[in-house]
Write a protein that binds this ligand. Sequence first.
Ligand SMILES: Cc1cc2nc3c(=O)[nH]c(=O)nc-3n(C[C@H](O)[C@H](O)[C@H](O)COP(=O)(O)O)c2cc1C
Length: 172
Amino acid sequence: MKSLVVYSSRTGNTRKIAEAVAEALPGCHLHPVEEAPLPEGYDLVAVGYWVDKGMPDDKAKKYMEQIKNCNVALFGTLGAWPDSEHAAHCKVQGEALLTDPAQGNKVLGTFLCQGRVDPAVVAMMQKMANSAHPMTEERRARLEEAAKHPDEEDCRKAREAFVDFARALGAE
Ligand SMILES: Cc1cc2nc3c(=O)[nH]c(=O)nc-3n(C[C@H](O)[C@H](O)[C@H](O)COP(=O)(O)O)c2cc1C
C-alpha cells in the first residue's frame, strides 16, 4: 500500500504522533506540511493537525483542501481531554473539511490525543482581560495532564488506529 503521512506541528506534539503513524504504515512517505507533495497517487493519505480554536490549524486545513478522490485518515493533538465533547466536536470539524461528496474522498476516521499546550500561550491567555479561559482548578488539572502528552501510550494507540485503518482499506 502506498501511503503518505503529512503533519502540521507548531511545538512538536503532532510530529511525534506522525512518527508513530508512519511506523504503522511501512514504506510510507512522511513529510511536514511545509514540504509535502501533492496528495495524489497514494492509496492512503494521513493528515495530522494541532487543534487551533476547535479546528485543524490553518496549514493542515489548507493542505486538506487539496485532497480529492482519496482514502484519508486524520490524526491530531489538542489540549482538551480526548474523550471530551470538545474533542468530539474537533473530530467532526476536521472530517467535515473532507467529506463533501464533490471531493470524492473516503474518510476512514480520526485519532486524537492530548498534547502539551505551549506555556507561553497559556500565560498570554491568562494576561488577557476577560479571558475566555480563566484558570480554574479543572483547567489547571487538564493542562498539567496535557503537559505529559503525547506519551508512549498515545503513540501505541496511534499506531493501532492506523494499522486498523490500513487493514480496513486492504479488506475492501
Ligand atoms: C493558538 C492556539 C490555539 C489552541 N486552541 C486549542 C483548542 O481550541 N482546543 C484545544 O483542545 N487545544 C487547543 N490548543 C492546544 C494545542 O492544540 C495543543 O497543545 C497541540 O498539542 C499542539 O500541537 P503541536 O505541538 O503539534 O503544535 C491551542 C494551542 C494554541 C497555541
